[in-house]
Design a binder for this molecule. Structure first.
Ligand code: NOJ
Ligand code: CA
Length: 712
C-alpha cells in the first residue's frame, strides 16, 4: 500500500510543482508561491494576509552564452523550519531569533541538463531568497550578464529613494510615488556628485515603500559576497522592479564557479513601520561569525581631527607643494609647510586630552600621512603609502601619549579609490598599525575607481572591501570603510566590520546641507544592512563660525543630534564637532558622554519614514536605558510610555529636548534639559521641531531625588 502511494506521489509531483508550491511564514501571515509560468519559467509571488506584496515576478539569469530562465522543470523540493537563537558580538540586542520556514526548489533545465536551486526563507517579517548553483557537469564556470529577478509592485506606492549609481550612495532621499520617479530622477541627480548614473529609472536598495493601505515594504539584499551590488530598475508602465547588477568594465556582471550562490534578495513587510526597523532578516540571512576569538572587538566612541578639514578650516595636507614630499627630497623637514595642517602634534595632543577628560575611547586623525598634497585631481594608481607620516606627526610619541591616557588613535587610510595600490600595501599598513598600537582603521574610497572603467559596486570591488576586512581580522583590526558598497549584514560574519558610511553622512552638512528628514529615512534604508558611521554630534550649525568662507548650514537642532546616538544605533559613534564647540555646551554634551554603544534590548516605540523615529535601548552591561528621537520634515509630538523600565524601580530621567522656540535653521541651539522622576507607568509627551529631536538618559533614583517632580 505504501509503495503504491509513493509511486503515485512521484507521478503527480511534477504536475503539482508546475501548478505551484506554497510556503507560509511561521505565523501564517505571509504566503510565498512559486510556480513555473507556461510550465517552464520560474516565477514567485508574495502576499501578506491575503494582500499582494509582490505580484507574479520572474526569476532567472541571462548568461553570456545562454539563458537560465526557461526550459525548467522542478527536480525536487525540500522544506524545513529553522528556529534558533544566536548571540551577536555587538548590536541592538544581546540575542537574535532566526525563525523561518524554508523551501528549496531545485530546477533542472531540460534543454541543457543544468541545475539551479532557489531557496526561499519566509519569516514573520518578510522573505529572503537566493539562487544556488550546485556542483554539476554542465555548469562549472559561467558569466552572468543579467539577473532577471523581478519585484512586481501591486500598486503605485510611495517610496523613499536615491538614484541608481555605480559609484556613490551619498544622496539626499526623495519621497515620491513610484510613477513619479522617472520625472524626478533628473533633478535628484543634478544636485549631486554622481559619475555613473546607470540607466533609465533606476534606484538603489535598501528601498523603503508604503502602500496606500498602510503596508510597509522594504527591498534590499543580504550577504553580498563575490557578486555585484544590486540596483533596482523600474519599469514604470507596469510598476515592476527588475534587478540591475553593477557591471564590470566589460559590461559583464558576475563571474561564477559552481558550487556557488547569489546574495539573498530580501522583502521586509509590516503593517507597522517600527517593525521594519526591528526586523533582523538581513542579519539572519548572513553566515554566523567566522572570527573565533572576538575579545578584541569592542564598541568605540571617538572624537577626531576631522570636522576642521571637512569644513575647510584646515587641511589634510601638510604642504601645498605638489609632489614635493615624496619625490623631491627624502628629508621631510625641507618640505615647505602650508601652516594649515590639522594632524600636527599639538592639535592631536589637544584632542587626546579632550578624549581622555570626557571618557572617549579613541581619537581619529586624518591627514597624518604623505600623499594628500598629490592627491586631488590625480588619477594615478599610487598616491598613498599608509606608513609615512608628515614631519609634524610623531606617530610613536602620539600613540604613546594616547595610550598613557587610556585612549587609542584611530588610523586613517584614504585609498584614493585605488584598490590595487591598497591591496599591495595592506599587510605593511596593518603591521604598521600593530606596531604602534592602533586597533581600528577608517578607510575611504573617494573618487573614480582606479584602474579606470571599474566602479565602486562591481564584483571586483565588492570582493576587495571584504578582503580588506578579513585581512584586518588576521591583524585584530576593526574596520570602518567609507564609500564602500552598502552593507548587507556581513558584520554578523565579520564583526570587526564595526562601521561603514555608504550613504550621505554628516559631512554633507558642511558641503551645502542635507534635508531635514534625512536621519528619519536612513534607519529605513541604509541601516537595514548594518550600522553607519554617520558622525553625528554637530552643535555649531553655522559653519561660517568655524570657517568664514564656508556658508553651509547644518540643517538640524542640537537635540536632533543627540537623538541620533540612540535612533541610529552603531557600535562606533563619533562626537564630530570641534572640542572648542563642545566646551560651549557642556550640559548637552553630557548626553554624548553618557550614551551607550552596545545594547541588550531595543524597543522601537514609534516610527514613520521621513517623519520620526523614537527608540528605547537598554545598555549591555550596565542595564541603563536611553531613548532617542529624530524628527523630520514637520514638528512631531511623541507620546511615549516608559513601560520598558523595570516595574519595581523608580528612575530619574534627564530629558534633552528642543526648546519651544527651537528651529533647525534660525534657532538650532535652543534646547532644554530637565530631570524628572519616573517609573514604568509614566508617560512622556514631548514635542520635537522640524529637523529636531530629543534624547533621554535614565538612572535609578536615590532618596536625594525626592524633590524632583514625578512624571505620571
Ligand atoms: C570622505 C569621507 O566620508 C570623509 O569622512 C573623509 O574625511 C574624506 N573622505 C577624506 O578621506
Ligand atoms: Ca563619504
Amino acid at each position: 500500500m505504501k509503495k503504491i502511494a509513493l509511486i503515485f506521489l512521484s507521478l503527480v509531483w511534477p504536475l503539482f510543482s508546475a501548478a505551484g508550491q506554497e510556503l507560509m511564514s511561521p505565523d501564517g501571515n505571509l504566503c510565498l508561491k512559486f510556480s513555473l509560468r507556461n510550465g517552464d519559467t520560474p516565477v514567485y509571488c508574495l502576499s501578506y494576509k491575503g494582500k499582494p506584496v509582490i505580484a507574479e515576478s520572474r526569476l532567472g539569469f541571462q548568461l553570456n552564452n545562454s539563458g537560465l530562465h526557461d526550459w525548467f522543470e522542478v527536480a525536487g523540493t525540500s522544506r524545513r523550519t529553522i528556529d534558533e537563537t544566536w548571540t551577536p558580538v555587538w548590536g541592538e540586542e544581546s540575542s537574535i531569533r532566526n525563525h523561518c520556514n524554508e523551501m528549496a526548489v531545485t530546477l533542472r533545465q531540460t534543454s541543457s541538463d543544468r541545475r539551479m536551486t532557489i531557496r526561499f526563507r519566509l519569516f514573520n517579517d518578510g522573505l529572503g531568497f537566493r539562487y544556488e548553483f550546485p556542483d554539476q557537469d554542465n555548469l562549472t564556470y559561467f558569466v552572468i550578464t543579467d539577473e532577471l529577478t523581478e519585484f512586481a509592485m501591486a500598486g503605485d506606492h510611495t517610496a523613499w529613494w536615491i538614484p541608481g549609481d555605480y559609484d556613490t550612495q551619498e544622496y539626499d532621499y526623495t519621497k515620491s510615488r513610484l510613477s513619479e520617479i522617472r520625472g524626478l530622477l533628473k533633478g535628484a541627480i543634478s544636485d549631486n556628485l554622481s559619475q555613473t548614473i546607470f540607466s533609465d529609472c533606476g534606484v538603489q536598495t535598501s528601498l523603503q515603500m508604503k502602500t496606500d493601505d498602510g503596508l510597509y515594504i522594504n527591498l534590499h539584499e543580504a550577504a553580498l559576497v563575490d557578486y555585484p551590488a544590486m540596483h533596482l530598475e523600474l519599469d514604470d508602465s507596469r510598476l515592476v522592479f527588475k534587478a540591475h547588477l553593477t557591471p564590470d568594465p566589460n559590461g559583464d556582471k558576475a563571474y561564477m564557479q559552481t558550487p556557488c550562490t547569489t546574495p539573498w534578495r530580501t522583502v521586509i513587510v509590516s503593517e507597522n513601520a517600527a517593525d521594519i526597523l526591528s526586523s533582523r532578516i538581513t542579519l539572519n540571512l548572513n553566515e554566523p561569525c567566522k572570527i573565533e576569538d572576538t575579545s578584541w572587538i569592542r564598541p568605540c566612541k571617538y572624537v577626531g581631527v576631522w570636522w576642521e578639514m571637512i569644513t575647510n578650516k584646515s587641511s589634510w595636507s601638510y604642504t601645498n607643494d605638489l609632489r614635493s614630499v615624496h619625490l623631491d627630497t627624502d628629508d621631510l623637514s625641507l618640505v615647505k609647510p602650508n601652516g594649515t595642517h590639522a594632524a600636527n602634534n599639538e592639535n592631536v595632543r589637544k584632542h587626546i586630552d579632550f578624549a581622555a577628560e570626557h571618557g572617549f575611547d579613541a581619537v581619529l586623525v586624518e591627514g597624518w600621512n604623505i600623499g594628500w598634497e598629490d592627491w586631488f585631481g590625480n588619477m594615478k594608481e599610487y598616491v598613498f603609502d599608509f606608513v609615512t607620516p608628515y614631519p609634524d606627526f610623531d606617530v610613536q610619541a602620539l600613540n604613546d601619549y594616547a595610550h598613557s591616557k587610556g585612549v587609542k588613535l584611530i588610523m586613517h587610510h584614504e585609498t584614493s579609490a585605488s584598490p590595487r595600490n591598497y591591496e599591495r600595501q595592506l599587510d605593511t599598513a596593518y603591521r604598521f598599525m600593530n606596531k604602534y598600537g592602533y586597533d581600528a582603521v577608517k578607510s575611504g574610497y573617494v573618487g573614480n575607481i582606479i584602474p579606470k572603467g571599474n566602479n565602486h559596486y562591481n564584483q571586483w570591488m565588492v570582493n576587495h572591501y571584504l578582503w580588506a576586512v578579513k585581512k584586518a581580522a588576521d591583524y585584530r583590526i576593526m574596520v570602518n570603510a567609507h564609500e564602500a558598497v552598502r552593507p548587507t549584514g556581513l558584520c554578523r560574519t565579520w564583526p570587526n566590520l564595526i562601521g561603514n558610511e555608504s550613504a550621505r553622512g554628516t559631512e554633507y552638512q558642511s558641503f551645502g546641507g542635507s534635508k531635514t528628514f534625512h536621519v528619519t529615512v536612513l534607519p529605513f534604508t541604509r541601516l537595514i544592512g548594518g550600522p553607519m558611521d554617520y558622525t553625528p554630534g554637530i552643535f555649531e550649525q553655522d559653519i561660517e563660525k568655524i570657517n568664514p568662507s564656508n556658508h553651509s548650514h547644518v540643517n538640524c537642532t542640537i537635540a536632533n543630534q543627540l537623538g541620533i546616538y540612540v535612533a541610529m544605533s552603531s557600535p562606533l559613534q563619533m562626537a564630530a564637532d570641534l572640542p572648542e564647540t563642545y566646551e560651549r555646551f557642556m550640559d548637552a554634551f553630557q548626553f554624548i558622554k553618557d550614551v551607550a554603544l552596545d545594547w541588550s534590548e531595543s524597543r522601537y516605540l514609534e516610527a514613520e519614514p521621513g517623519e520620526y523615529v523614537t527608540v528605547a535601548r537598554k545598555a549591555k552591561g550596565t542595564g541603563e536605558w536611553f531613548v532617542g528621537n529624530v524628527t523630520g520634515e514637520k514638528d512631531h509630538i511623541s507620546k511615549i510610555s516608559f513601560s520598558f523600565l523595570d516595574s519595581d524601580k523608580e528612575y530619574v530621567a534627564t530629558i534633552y529636548a528642543d526648546a519651544p522656540d527651537a528651529h533647525y535653521r534660525n534657532n538650532p541651539q535652543a534646547y532644554t534639559i530637565r530631570t524628572v522622576r519616573c517609573n514604568s507607568k509614566s508617560t512622556l509627551v514631548q514635542k520635537a521641531v522640524e529637523g529636531g529631536g530629543f534624547a533621554i538618559s535614565f538612572r535609578e533614583s536615590t532618596p536625594q531625588d525626592r524633590k524632583l517632580k514625578m512624571l505620571r
